[in-house]
Write a protein that binds this ligand. Structure first.
Ligand SMILES: [Zn+2]
Length: 243
């Protein structure tokens, strides 16, 4: 874990320095080249110890354009690596699972009946799986909570994620009201920043169900740990695709 943390922190701090010093010149390609330089010695060592021919071929292709070395579909930047590259899908799922189970545990500790990954039906008949449903026995009311770890973009993002999840899961509310014999359910789409941004929104979300806000650093750290694994996996693990 320490080595992983170190690699990722180095990557992030390199990015920060590059950003501060050369803000006006900052482009994806430029940033990527800087990051590549910062990590070139380790990358070279790994490439030469595994598949030199393929690696040098891939390196030259890679230097010719900005596309991802694995999926070749998008520009290879940190947002892509943390958020959408198929190469990191298993790690992203693990990151999400960690965050979800920490929140579910906190809800149980706050005396909620809590269920994870429950399948339900929407009013239009399609099946949708919810991350967490939690309700109080006493009030027969509760929450459908869908935490999402995403690369932060702007201040509007938490509200956008919340609305996005409400659109998806509001049509399932009547199903769950009936299934668990409840009076009231509210959908909460919870944005967890991939880079340690604990938003005010998050505080508010945890306060309403009566979850201690001391859980925020724990959730944030779990998301960060999950995120840390992604750049390392991206840089140093072989692609599944053969080119
Ligand atoms: Zn990719």
């Amino acid at each position: 874990m320490f080595a992983t943390t170190y690699v990722c922190e180095k990557l992030f701090s390199t990015m920060k320095i590059v950003k501060t010093k050369f803000r006006s010149r900052l482009t994806d390609k430029y940033l990527r080249d800087q990051l590549r330089l910062a990590h070139s010695h380790k990358t070279r060592r790994i490439q030469s110890s595994t598949h030199t021919g393929v690696a040098s071929q891939r390196t030259s292709t890679y230097l010719m354009d900005n596309r991802c070395r694995h999926c070749h579909n998008e520009v290879e930047n940190l947002a892509h690596v943390l958020g959408s590259c198929p190469h990191g899908e298993a790690l992203r799922n693990a990151r999400h699972h960690q965050v979800r189970s920490i929140i579910a545990t906190a809800l149980k500790d706050a005396d909620y009946n809590t269920y994870e990954e429950v399948h339900g039906l929407s009013v239009i008949g399609s099946t949708r799986r919810i991350d967490i449903i939690a309700f109080k026995e006493s009030t027969r009311s509760g929450y459908i909570i869908d935490p999402t770890v995403r690369f932060e973009t702007d201040e509007e993002q938490p509200a956008e994620v919340d609305n996005e999840k409400k659109d998806i899961y509001n049509p399932t509310i009547s199903y769950y009201l009936q299934k668990y014999q409840l009076k009231e359910l509210e959908v909460i789409g919870l944005l967890v920043g991939a880079r340690v941004t604990a938003t005010l929104f998050m505080k508010d979300v945890f306060k309403r169900p009566g979850i201690p806000t001391s859980i925020i650093p724990i959730v944030t750290l779990a998301a960060l740990k999950g995120s840390i694994a992604l750049p390392k996996n991206h840089l140093y693990s072989k692609s599944n695709q053969v080119h």
